[in-house]
Design a binder for this molecule. Sequence first.
Ligand SMILES: [Zn+2]
Length: 120
Amino acid sequence: MKHLTEEQIRDLRETLIRMREKLIASAREQIRDPSNVTFEGGDEIDRADLEGERYLTFRIKGREARLLHKIDYALMKMDAGTYGVCENCGVQIPFERLKARPVTTMCIECKELEEEMEDD
Ligand SMILES: [Zn+2]
């Protein structure tokens, strides 16, 4: 990710962390509504467990879970120094694209090809 300045990376990292916090917060909201919470096997779960991040990330499902995974993956790649490079063709992904979609792992050309097969 040599094509990105430290400032750009910091900017993207902040965006990713904000996205992550938003996801966790929305999961927390859903849990506040008792109709959304199911207690499998009738086990008692105390409030501290319910609000713990581990439980929350476990509760997050489907599209949101995939996004959370992508956010964590992007942050991990940032730490590894491999962020911002297309995983398919190895091209450096421009900052403008990363800014618009910081979880992306592919350049726009590869993503467009992939999108014909996948809905995400
Ligand atoms: Zn590519």
